[in-house]
Structure formats: C-alpha cells, structure tokens
Design a protein around this ligand. Structure first.
Ligand SMILES: C[S@@+](CC[C@H](N)C(=O)[O-])C[C@H]1O[C@@H](n2cnc3c(N)ncnc32)[C@H](O)[C@@H]1O
Length: 343
C-alpha cells in the first residue's frame, strides 16, 4: 500500500476539525456553541487570535471547509460529548479513542479524577503534535491517558492495545470520530473486530461513517464535491463508506447492536432548529453517526487471537470496499511508530 500523508505529517483533517471546535467554543449563537474549551489552545496562536474576531471567524468557518462541515462538526461534537457524559455516569471504566487527533475529552471530562483509563490511538505525527501543543500551552496531560502511535492501515489495534495494558473485558466507551472514512475497508473491519474481542458487554461504540454513494461519486449531497476534493487535496482521501442499511447487519457481526443512527437531516432537527422548528443552518450531507452497544460477551483471550485472526471474519459477502484495493496489513510498529505511553 502506498504511504498515506498521516504517516509522515500532522493530519490536516484533524487540524480542521480542531479549528471548527475552537470556533464553536467561541460562538455567541447558542445553537453553534459546543463545549471544547481546550480546542482554541491547540491551535497555533495566530489562528487563535484570528478566531477571536467574530467576522473573521465566521468567514473562515464558511470558506475553509466544504459547505455545512462546520455545522456537522458541531453536531457531532455535541452528540459524542453527550454519549461521553452518559458513559461515565453509566459505569464505564475505560475509554478508547480511535484516531484521536486533537480530541480533548480526556482532559475536559476530568477522566483522571473519575478514575477512568483512556487510550488514545493515532498516527505518530499527529499524536506528537498534540502532545507538543499540550506542553506549549501548559495543559497537563492526565496521568490516566495512554497514547499509542499506530497506523491502522498496517497494524492491528488489537495487538497494540493488548500489549499496551488495555483492560480486556472492561466496560468501555469506544469513540471513532471522523476516522473510518479515512482508513481502508480492511482496517475498518479489523478495528470493529478488535472492539468485539476487547471490550466487555454493555460497552458503547460511537462512530461516524461516510455515505457509500459519496465515495462512488453518486448523488449530490450538500457539500459533497468540496468534501471529496478537499480531503484529496489534504492527502487524506476517503477510503471507506457504508450504505445506511448495511450498518445494522455489519455491526451485529461484531456483537454490536445499533442504539441510534443519526443522518444529517436528523442531526439538523436535533441541533439546528429554533423553538418554532425553523432551520438555523444546514448540515453537510455526506456522513452519519452511529451509536451502538456491545451485546454478547465475545471477549477473546490473548492466546486465541492469532488463531481467531486467521479465520475469515464473517465479513459481509457484498463488499463494502470503495476506492483503491488494499494489501494485507503487516504487523509490528509502523515506520517511526512507537508506543508513546505516558505515565
Ligand atoms: C478527521 S481527523 C479526526 C480526528 C479526531 N477524531 C477529531 O474528531 O477531531 C482523522 C484522524 O484519523 C487519523 N488517521 C487517519 N488515517 C490513519 C491511519 N491510517 N492510521 C492512524 N491514524 C489515522 C488522523 O491522524 C487524524 O487524527
């Protein structure tokens, strides 16, 4: 497989998402306001200063990304923040953040004080950039967070997490926010399989996915053209998408039951209508959010992993693969990848 840009450089889509959350935190308009007070601190100082100027901020959020992406990130942030809070009140003892980028929930939700272990997985350059920025801005990295540098397209998260001290079978919240779109179909399936094998019954998974039609270039969802061209320009083109009707059967293969699925119109109704039901903004139409719960036990002991991983994984007959074919992943650390476990 050809190398992806995220292997060697800080992810631009992670930067963009962080920018949207920073702008949203500074908002005065209630529907556009979300709670990521750390995001502005993770931006370069110049950008943070620009964002403070309301007309400039408005212009940047409209011009920098595809149509409706700012609103999409706000809705997704608010949705996942709600799940996060719910998980903590619901006895979750471990959080796994896949493709964490500049996700600051470990800090914002005071996970250390609440005795919750957090694992953050991402490509090394982005993870290192985040840690540098934490240090530069005097943000203490909570001692309960373990950072694992990984390339999902080439390594399995299961091996890395087991080696990194992940509590197998614990009630866990798994977040994959803006991630499945960017990884290969094989990596997406391996990730779901790892979730099945590693987390306990009653665990939660929340993720968003690209609509398969968008990857096929069909239809004209709101913001679709600029979404595809923008991610390609960033060197982070989308590789994986799903049909809405595929979500339930796919997750059930991995012992996950869908509790909620929100497409853009549903998110728009939830977050961007005024009291009279009038739409306040339009959300980018290319992706949806899924919230699922682990049903059966399904946890696999470490010694049976190798055997289990050689079996065909009950993959759907109808290929979900969109985009370039992938080669098999190799195991072991990626170039430059290393476990960045903090204290
Ligand atoms: C759109 S960003 C989302 C970041 C974060 N979850 C958020 O919502 O702000 C995509 C993230 O996935 C990571 N990523 C993409 N492909 C990856 C790969 N093959 N291996 C590891 N990380 C990858 C990028 O480094 C980036 O942090």
């Amino acid at each position: 497989m050809e190398g992806r840009r995220v292997e060697t450089s800080q992810s631009r889509t992670a930067d963009m998402t962080c920018g949207c959350r920073a702008a949203s935190w500074m908002e005065k308009r209630p529907a556009f306001k979300s709670g990521d007070w750390v995001a502005p601190l993770l931006l370069p100082r110049k950008m943070q200063f620009l964002f403070r100027v309301r007309p400039v901020r408005r212009l940047l959020t409209r011009l920098l990304g595809p149509e409706g992406i700012y609103e999409w990130v706000i809705a997704r942030t608010r949705y996942i923040d709600g799940i996060f809070e719910g998980a903590l009140s619901n006895g979750v003892t471990q959080v796994l953040i896949i493709g964490a980028g500049f996700d600051s929930r470990a800090v914002r939700f005071k996970t250390a004080e609440r005795s919750v272990r957090v694992f953050e997985l991402d490509a090394a350059p982005t993870q290192q950039a985040k840690l540098r920025q934490y240090r530069a801005r005097g943000i203490a990295v909570p001692a309960n967070v373990t950072f694992v540098a990984i390339n999902f397209d080439k390594e399995t998260i299961e091996e890395r997490l087991r080696a990194g001290g992940f509590a197998v079978g614990a009630k866990t919240l798994v977040i994959a926010e803006g991630v499945f779109q960017y990884i290969t179909p094989d990596a997406a399936h391996a990730t779901l399989k790892a979730v099945k094998n590693l987390v306990g019954r009653g665990s939660w998974l929340v993720f968003d996915y690209a609509h398969a039609s968008v990857l096929r270039g069909e239809g004209d969802a709101y913001g679709q053209k600029r979404m595809i061209s923008g991610t390609m320009r960033f060197g982070e083109s989308w590789q994986f998408g799903l049909e809405k009707e595929e979500v339930k059967p796919l997750l059930s293969r991995y012992a996950l039951k869908v509790k909620d699925l929100k497409d853009p119109p549903a998110l728009q109704r939830q977050y961007f209508v005024d009291q009279g039901g009038k739409a306040l903004a339009r959300i980018n139409g290319t992706q949806s959010i899924v919230f699922a719960e682990k049903t059966g036990k399904g946890v696999i002991a470490a010694r049976s992993v190798t055997k289990a991983s050689t079996r065909s994984e009950g993959r759907p007959r109808r290929s979900l693969k969109i985009g370039a074919p992938t080669r098999s992943r190799r195991s072991g650390p990626s170039r430059g990848g290393r476990n960045l476990a903090t204290s």
